[in-house]
Design a protein around this ligand. Sequence first.
Ligand code: AMP
Ligand code: MG
Length: 342
Amino acid sequence: MKKIFCGLSVVVAVAVLATSFIRQRNAAPHSLTFMSMDTAMTLTAYGPAATDALEAARTRIMAVEDRLSTTRPEGDIGRLNRASGAQVSVSRDTAELAAFALNLSTETDGALDPTLYPILCAWGFTTGNYRVPPQDELADLLSVTGRDKMSLRGDSLQLGPGTMLDLGALGKGYASDQAIGVLRDAGISSAIVNLGGNVQTLGLRPDGTPWHVGIAAPEGGLLGTLEIRECAVITSGGYQRFFTGPDGRTYWHILDPRTGAPARSGVLSATVVAESGALCDGLSTSFFVMGAEKAAQWYREHGGIDFLLYTEDGELWLTEGLEKSFTPSSRYERAKVRVIRP
Ligand code: AMP
Ligand code: MG
């Protein structure tokens, strides 16, 4: 009798598992598209809890935007940048991300600098009133930038006179970490969020297969496709925001903190793949500034991430972890590929 009961339990358990697997496989995607952080975002989740979970993820992203935005006067960064050097108490989100940015700024030898806001304003990247600032103006502004001009104690931030904070190089990655966290807490096991081209996934696709993520090419179209499991894929590129100066040159929004001018390292697009969105975002901006050789050196020293760089020489630099998962599109099939090993 006991044996029959045990046997029956196993059959029932297998049937329940199979049903839930089939339900997962057939789960319809639920999507939510909205504007936040100056970009279109689409969140997609699978399963019966998806609709409510997506709303909660959107609410979380909006809260992060409120706190981190440089243009919201009542947000943390808005208050801090108007505080004329006074200590300002900020939210956990802002304190956490500022600490992360300071640390990454040190680890990248200053390529990531979260205090470049006055220089971005001078170039017109904050307003769209673009101009090429003269050298002496840049030199003056560089005297108030640098991570040594900001200090963080607990949840209090303080800036030196004239210094301003801008976490824009990491904000979207932090927001996608938060969105994925909300979806996971809501019981979702399969989701993908796309924050203006920056992608982060939760679990695998509902049928248990990997996700395919397209990587934008600076010339338009796709550089290629990455096959990924649960991770973030974040790209920085000069083609994302730029203007053409009176001299006919292209000036983009990622600046070299040493000169205050757009970074010209030879990298046209830097994609970083890792578990943490904030890390991918911070590093993709940093690698764009540092250039391919220094990015490869960073990878050999620190590990924990993968990257794909496209250079102005038409080369693709990719770390070993992406060798099999990256498929170039036909236009880039003949590009010289350099595989970076640890
Ligand atoms: P991303 O698109 O993530 O590469 O971030 C670019 C944004 O980060 C710019 O729009 C600026 O707000 C800011 N930024 C530009 N250059 C740097 C830099 N070297 N370090 C940190 N933030 C930067
Ligand atoms: Mg970034």
